[in-house]
Structures are given as C-alpha cells and as structure tokens.
Design a protein around this ligand. Structure first.
Ligand code: ZN
Length: 841
C-alpha cells in the first residue's frame, strides 16, 4: 500500500514542495538509468534534445522532441541488467532514460496544460474515494506535470490511455513508457523524488480496470447470461466486480455476489487466490452511488427533485450515471432506461420552463424555452439538445436525445397563446395598457424586439423626415399605422400601403419600422406570394411575426387573394413547418407594403379594397444617403412614437382615427395599376366628331399622373395603349404644311373636373357611396338634361366608376339593374332617363 501525505496539496507545486527532501540528483544519465533499474523498472535509451533539436533524424521538425525511444525495438531492449544498461549509455551517453511501464507497474501521468487541469481532477477523485494524496515514486516533468508510479496486481488488464481517469490524467500501462528523472528536454530536467514504489489502492486499481477497453464487452456478456470458461474466468470476475460497483452494493453483498458469480457462472467454478484478491480489494466504497449522487433508482422516486440543486451537481450526477449506464437487459438497465431520460426531461423542463402553446384548444408541435427574458422556439430544438449534451458530458446519444424531446412534448407546461406582452431589450411591454414591467417567466412572451425602452429617448430626425415626405395630416396616420404593428391580434382589418414615386421616402419609413420591430419579427412576403396557390407556405412565413413588410410591390398580377384576405381578416390559416404537423393559427402579422405602381387585381371584390389603408408619399427635396443609418440610432425614440400611436388606437376603441375609404382605395388602386385606363375613364369623354392632336391627350395624361402620383410612361408607349383602351385610331392629316396626328370624337374633360381631386385629400363619405338610389339620383341630375352624345352608356358607366370608386363591372351591373327596373331605357348606345327619376335625388 502506498503512503499518504497531509494536508492535501492544492497544486502540483505545493505537492512537490512537500516531497522536496526526497529529490534525487544524478551526475550522469547512466547513473539515473541504473537508479531506476535498481528499483525494478526496465529502462532503455530515449532521444534527447541537443541545440534545441531532437537527436532523431527529424531534428527540428520532431513533434515529440526528447521523449521517444531511440530504437523501434525498445520493448525488447528495456532491461534492468546493469551491464546492458552501461553498454547502452556508453554508446549514447546523453540519451534520455525511458521507463517501460507494465509488468505490474502503472504510471499515472497528471498534466495541467492545454485547458486541462489534471491535478484538479485528481483531487476530485481522491475526495470521491475518501483518499489522502497517494505517495509513491514521483516524478516532476519540465512542463509542470507529475508522474506517480504505482504497483498493481495485474497491469495486463489495465489499458493505457490518454485522459483515462479524467481530463489531464493519462494511464501508462503495458506497452507505454514514461521519460525518467535525470532526462532533459528543451524545457528543462525531469526530476525524481526517491520514495518507495507503493501499491495502488484497490479502488484506484478497480476504476483503472473499469476504464479499460475490454471491460465493456465483457459486462455485456455478463448481462446476457454467458458462462465463462477456463482462461477467461478471472477477467469475467474482474469485470463483474466493476459492474457490481456501478450498480452499488455494500461490501458484504459485493463479496457474496462475486463468490456466487465465480461459483455459478464460471465453468468450472472459479476458486483461485486471485478471486480472493478481487473480493478483498475491488469493492469501491464510492460516494457516486451511495451518497450525494443518486442511483438510477433514486431518479425514479417522485420526491426526488433533481432541478433543485446547482447545475454543476446535476451535471456531475447525470454524467456519472450516463457513464455507468448498464449495457444489458437486467433490472438496473431497465431502471436506467426509464429514469434517466425522465430525469433529464424534468431538469430541462424546470430549467428552461419548457412550454407548449395552446392555440384553439390544441397544443402546437413546438417546444418553447425561456431564455431569461422571453420564450424562444426553434424547430430543431438545438438549445435543448445542446444542454443535454452538456449535462451528460456528451455521453448521451442522438436517439436518447430524441427520447427526451418526445418526453418534453408530453410533459411540458401548456400555456394559452398570448400576444399581449412583447419583450424589449430591458423590459416587457404590456401591449394592452402600454406600460412596461420586469421580465418574468410567468408571462409567456414569445416576441422580442431588439430595442431598449427609454421614455426619454428623442426622435427629432424622424419627425423631420416625416414632415419632408408626407403631408402634415398624414403624420398622425402614419404613427397609428406603425403603432398598429404592436397591437395584439388583428382588430382593424386593414393593411397598409405607402404609395408614391421612387425615392419618395416610402422605403425609408418601412425600414425604420422594421428596424424597431427587429428582423426576426418581420417577414417580407410580397402580395403576390400571399396570393400564390401554396397558402401554407406563405402563411407559415408570417407565423409569430409582428409585421410583414414588403417594399416595392412588383407589378405582376395577383392570383388568388384569399390568403391575403384571410390574414387581414384574422381568419384561421394553416401553418406547416418541415417535419412538424400542420396546425391552424390566426396570424397577427400586420401587412405593410410600398409601391410605385400597383399590380392588377382580378378580384373586384370589395372585401379586397376595404382592407387597404393608403398613404401618399411625396418626393423629398433632398435625400440623405445616410438617413437609414441615422434613423437606426433613434430606434428607442421611434419605438416610443409607435407606442404613442398604438395607444391612440387603443384609446379610440380599436379604430384608426382616420382611414382610407374603400372607394378611395379602389380609385387609387385603379389609377396605380393602370394609369392609362384610369385616365381614359376619368378625363376623357366620347363626344361629337371633332379632332384633337394626340399630344393634347399625352399632355393631359402627364398632368393626371402628376396629380395622382401615378406612374408616367413615355408618349410612344402611351399612344398605342390609349388607342386600344379608347378604341380610337390616330389619324394623320396635312395641316399648315405639317403632318398632324389627331384623334376624333374624344374630348378631354375640363381640368377642373378631375385635377383638383388630389387623392390624399378627397375623402368620400363611406356611407353614401354604396347606396344605389343615391348614385341613381346623382346620375340623373348630371346626365338627364344633356344632349344624347354624352349620354352614351359606357360614358355614364365610366363616370359612375370614377365618381363613386366602383369598378366598371359594378357600374354596368347598376345600369342593368336600372334598365330592368325601368328607371332607364336604352336608346341605341344612349341612356334615356325617366322623368320621375329627378324626384329621387
Ligand atoms: Zn525526435
């Protein structure tokens, strides 16, 4: 048995200080080699370092300078014969001394380097086994490490390996070597402390055996009920002792079970003095199984609350148990299989407040975890999985992780969906009362804005920007629209559209809002994508987002706009993530778009147009290219501005203080999606057979697009399209020796009739516009006393369409209705009005 020292040294240096009186010095290498041989350690020559280079043929590039044998056959060469040793060192007087391990000797090589603290691990092992510092023949290496050379009963059953007893503690056994005291390398000299070589304590021998590579397969065979024959009986009994230690038994039980095993599972029964050594020495009175660290059985007890301890303890416990997870099908194995994943699940559940969200009475298929401020989810559960790896020191397998995830799905907290609170950088924002509160896991906040709440933050640059790009009346409207993104659910069924020419500040406005909301809370699906056939795909992009912000709407036509209407109407939409079950959800994501020209809409459904709120942006006089960046610095101020806007909506009973009437939205849409047709419908009337120059139409069109912020096209694009739409042709005539291009019977209306209606200002009373009787009244008043020419049916229909913001189709339907009711009669192309129509107006 080895001797011990106390008090236990805290560092290798402290330990060396304690054993300094035993330091042994040598005057030559051969003297050192003979010293080890005298102790029964076989020695052989090892390369040394000369002039900073290894003496091997690799020289400077040697990766192990002064530490490897001079000859390949070093195991044969190793000897304790003094004559042979003298001859070897006569040939290489400065060769370092190699110590051959094995043959009953074990080297424990403890290092403190490369981020490993082997000494700390060593002290923990000693503590765990109630042992004082083990003192035997000790060496100190030039790099600050320590060798403890110990005798063992049988080194052939101990496998030498790096980090075998813990990070930074290697075992050197049969076939391994140590560099002996008196040797030198470029870092310094190996020192030796002349203490008698002690025997390793039984518990240390036993855990070294337990780490050896043959043990696992032997235990597997034991667990499957194998019987062991002569030649493997000793190893089987040793392996069984390891298994018994892992399962945890008292010394008496341990001895009894071992003897029974040797009697019944060995053929013939094993009755050897070696068995008695195992019985007497290999029982580990470890605390691993019996004291602070729970057993597999403890894990299953309902009052065992693993999550209550400090995480370091949990890690130690789970690591130990996962390391010792039994291999075969027996009772302990079943316990381990059942209780370990449960315990890990329980710990994760409590540590992360793992939660599933209930939407419409059904839990969704996503696991949320609390990160100290808010709840996050991630479809592959990476955070949860990496915590499992950490807690088990990577002993957990992929399928075991899946099992824990599956258990979490069943055992998570279940919480109703909530949209009331969002997390900011420093507080939770209550989006019903518009106040801030401290973070708490009690509130299931799933949205985080990367902005600090600061009630004193200013936004002067923002204010100046807004006054540059929109009319003063539009600023409070914009404030409400931006604030609306913070409001839970979808109380106002409107999406926002910023319309205006290129560089008019629309994109800057949207970017600033996006910056406050945070990239992860904003999707960027185009209106076209939301009108695509694959609804699930589109809607999933918007799941849990505060806003969908898509600047610069493309002009290609829209398909099926039902998804768009469903989102804005807060209908149920189907959400589907890869590898997850689809589920229904209501989206809160407010839609914000910007456009110069608008896509053509097939659907002339009012439900489409009454879901738009539109604000016109003007071109600012000067564009600051750094503006987006500068505005980002005002994020806290802009957030306060948005909260103020949201508060107005709340105070106003969940309404915008002002919004675009449907008729106006339709009008804007019509003009922006097809300005030439809109120009034809509004500004031109088919009348007489007078001829006007084509350039007059283009000049009027220019004024029209300017007034309505519509997209202007070139004259050579305008002319053929206008011919098609108006069903007129360009007539070329010789006038005053010049060729004139003219159109016939197409009169441009007086500018006063269409120019003054700036769409930003023209607010029509929504109540009035859809009442067919009022429309009939106004039509009668305007047309009944006119000459037949302007009373052409399609003139009147276009007038209705433009005046009341309804589509041409709708106007046609109205006229059909009047005809069938006899309110009007069709005289060729012209409409005749009934006299009593006047009284209705
Ligand atoms: Zn070398």
């Amino acid at each position: 048995m080895s001797s011990t020292v106390s008090p236990p040294p805290n560092s290798i240096q402290e330990f060396i200080e304690q054993i300094k009186p035993f330091a042994r010095h040598f005057s030559s290498r051969v003297e050192a080699a003979l010293y080890f041989a005298d102790k029964g350690i076989s020695v052989f020559p090892v390369h040394t370092v000369r002039n900073g280079k290894c003496t091997c043929h690799k020289g400077e590039s040697c990766k192990n300078p002064g530490k490897h044998p001079m000859h390949k056959n070093w195991q044969d060469e190793a000897t304790t014969d003094p004559e042979k040793i003298k001859r070897m060192w006569l040939a290489n007087p400065d060769a370092n001394i190699g110590l051959a391990m094995g043959n009953g000797l074990i080297g424990t090589d403890i290092d403190v380097k490369n981020g490993k603290d082997g000494w700390k691990e060593w002290l923990e092992i000693l503590k765990l086994y109630n042992s004082d510092q083990i003192v035997s023949l000790i060496q100190a290496t030039p790099s600050g490490g320590l060798h403890i050379i110990l005798k063992v009963k049988d080194s052939s059953i101990i496998t030498g390996a790096s980090d075998a007893l813990g990070m930074g503690i290697d075992i050197r056994s049969d076939g391994n070597l140590l560099v002996g005291g008196g040797s030198e390398n470029d870092k310094g000299t190996y020192r030796v402390f002349d203490l008698p070589i002690g025997s390793a304590p039984g518990w240390l021998e036993s855990i070294m055996i337990g780490k050896s590579n043959w043990v696992k397969s032997m235990i597997k065979r034991i667990n499957t009920g194998a019987v062991f024959n002569e030649g493997e009986r000793n190893k089987a009994c040793v392996a069984y002792s390891v298994k018994l230690n892992r399962d945890g038994y008292t010394k008496t039980d341990f001895q009894e079970k071992l003897r029974e095993f040797a009697r019944t599972r060995c053929a013939p029964s094993y009755e050897d003095p070696a068995l008695e050594y195992i019985v007497d020495h290999y029982w580990n009175p470890t605390k691993i199984i019996h004291a602070e660290t729970p057993t597999f059985m403890d894990l299953g007890k309902p009052d065992f609350k693993i999550w209550e301890g400090p995480e370091e303890n949990v890690k130690e416990c789970l690591t130990t148990l996962y390391e010792y997870i039994p291999q075969g099908p027996d009772e302990t194995y079943e316990l381990a299989k059942r209780n370990l994943p449960n315990m890990l699940m329980q710990y994760l559940k409590h540590f992360f407040h793992v939660t599933r969200e209930i939407a419409f009475g059904k839990p969704t298929d996503l696991l949320y975890w609390y990160n100290g401020r808010y709840y996050e989810y991630e479809p592959t559960d990476l955070e949860l999985r990496s915590k499992m790896e950490y807690l088990t020191s990577n002993h957990i397998t992929g399928s075991e992780k899946n099992e824990v995830i599956a258990k979490l799905m069943d055992n998570a907290y279940f919480v109703e969906q909530q949209e009331r609170y969002v997390s900011l950088e420093n507080k939770l924002l209550d989006c019903e009362n518009w106040r801030v509160i401290d973070f708490t896991p009690e509130i299931f906040a799933t949205v985080h804005l990367p902005v600090k709440f600061d009630q004193y933050a200013t936004h002067s640059l923002w204010d100046k920007f807004l006054s540059d790009v929109v009319s003063p009346e539009s600023i409070p409207r914009l404030q409400e629209r931006a604030g609306y993104t913070l409001i839970p659910r979808y109380p106002i069924k409107k999406s926002f559209l910023a319309i205006g020419p290129t560089d008019s500040g629309k994109t800057t406005f949207l970017l600033a809002i996006k910056n406050v909301l945070g990239l992860t809370n904003v999707s960027a699906a185009t209106l076209q994508l939301l009108s695509s056939v694959d609804q699930r795909f589109a809607a999933s992009k918007l799941f849990k987002k505060l806003a969908n912000i898509a600047p610069d709407m493309p002009s290609n036509s829209l398909g099926d706009i039902s998804t768009f209407k469903a989102i804005v109407g807060r209908d149920l939409v189907s959400i589907e993530f890869k590898y997850r079950q689809a589920f229904d959800a209501q989206l809160r994501s407010k839609l914000l778009f910007s456009a110069n020209s608008l896509p053509h809409v097939k659907d002339d459904d009012e439900a489409f147009f009454n879901r738009w709120d539109i604000i016109v942006f003007h071109k600012p006089p000067l564009i600051d290219s750094q503006l987006d960046m500068k505005l980002a610095n005002e994020a806290s101020g802009i957030l306060s501005w948005m909260i103020e806007g949201a508060k107005k909506i709340t105070d106003n009973g969940m309404k915008f203080s002002e919004s675009t009437p449907t008729a106006e939205a339709m009008r804007i849409w019509e003009i922006a999606s097809n300005p030439i047709r809109a120009f034809f419908n509004r500004c031109v009337v088919k009348e007489g057979d007078e001829e006007w120059p084509t350039s007059d139409y283009y000049a009027a069109f220019k004024k029209f697009t300017n007034a309505y912020h519509a997209k202007l096209v070139d004259e050579d694009v305008f002319d053929p399209q206008f011919s098609k739409i108006s069903r007129t042709q360009i007539i070329t005539r010789q006038r005053n020796n010049e060729k004139a291009k003219l159109r016939k019977g197409l009169k441009i209306r007086d500018e006063s009739e269409w120019l003054q209606s700036d769409m930003a200002n023209s607010e029509v009373d929504e109540q009035q516009e859809y009442e067919p009787s009022k429309i009939y009244g106004l039509v009668t008043k305007t047309f009944s006393n006119l000459s037949p020419a302007p009373r052409e049916r399609d003139n009147i229909e276009r007038w209705i369409s433009s005046e009341f913001g309804v589509t041409i189709q709708k106007a046609q339907l109205l006229v059909d209705e009047w005809t069938s009711k006899g309110l009007v009669t069709l005289n060729g192309k012209h409409l005749e009005f009934q006299r009593d129509g006047d009284s209705d107006a």
